[in-house]
Every structure is written in structure tokens, then in C-alpha cells.
Design a protein around this ligand. Structure first.
Ligand code: HEC
Length: 100
């Protein structure tokens, strides 16, 4: 009987740990298709796409919000950013960028 409570408690603590865990930016970049143009580490695949590696994290975050919310206009990136949540933008910027 007690074992059931222990197992249930363990599962609950796992679930709450997942909820508070920051998103994995590297996995998100794969999942969202960013890697197809910007590469897994931010080195772009062709010269017409910008490198993201080494850029400030804060700058990347602001650009992604600007693409999503409208101020920065680009046919590709407005579409790519349209559905991103703030949390996803933070994780992607943290993955590709570096701390200021
Ligand atoms: C089809 C290719 C393509 C894909 C896929 C793509 N991008 Fe881009 N990205 C571009 C291009 C082209 C630009 C330059 C747009 C411009 O001139 O504003 C750009 C610009 C950016 C910038 C601004 C860079 C700067 O120096 O100002 C960021 C940040 C960025 N992309 C992040 C992402 C993220 C994160 C994803 C995935 C959600 C993504 N991109 C998916 C092609 C792509």
C-alpha cells in the first residue's frame, strides 16, 4: 500500500519538475526548423541567411519578438516567429546567443 503513495509522489514530483524546467533551446531549434537555415549552432548554411552564433542573447530575443509582433518585416522570419511563445523565444535566444 505504502509503495503506491511513494510511486504516486515520485510521479507527481517528476511532473512538477517538468513544468518548471526551462525549454531546451537546442531541441526547439530542431523542432521549429530553425536549423535548416541557421544551423544547429547558429552558423548559417548559406550566405543569404545570417549567422546567429556569437550574437547577444538579448538582441536575438528582441529580433524574434519584433518579427513575431510586427515591427521587423521579413517574409521568412515573420512566418517562422508567428507562433512562438515568449518562453520559446527566450529558449531559442539563449541557445543561439550568449549572455550580455
Ligand atoms: C528558410 C530559412 C529560415 C528559417 C527556417 C529561419 N530563419 Fe531566421 N532568418 C532567415 C533570414 C533570411 C533572416 C534575415 C531576415 C531579415 O533580413 O530580416 C533571418 C533572421 C533571423 C534573426 C535575426 C538575425 C539578425 O542578425 O538580426 C533571428 C534572431 C532568427 N532569424 C532566428 C530564427 C529562429 C529562432 C528560427 C526558428 C524558429 C529561424 N530563424 C528560422 C532565415 C530563416
Amino acid at each position: 500500500m505504502a509503495i503506491r503513495f511513494i510511486v504516486a509522489g515520485f510521479i507527481l514530483s517528476l511532473l512538477s519538475a517538468c513544468g518548471s524546467e526551462p525549454l531546451d533551446g537546442a531541441a526547439l531549434a530542431q523542432e521549429k526548423g530553425c536549423v535548416a537555415c541557421h544551423g544547429a549552432q547558429g552558423k548559417a548554411l548559406v550566405a543569404s541567411y545570417p549567422n546567429l552564433n556569437g550574437q547577444w542573447e538579448r538582441y536575438l530575443r528582441l529580433q524574434l519578438r519584433a518579427y513575431r509582433d510586427g515591427p521587423r518585416v521579413n517574409a521568412i522570419m515573420n512566418g517562422m516567429a508567428a507562433e512562438l511563445t515568449d518562453q520559446e523565444i527566450n529558449a531559442l535566444a539563449a541557445h543561439y546567443g550568449r549572455e550580455s
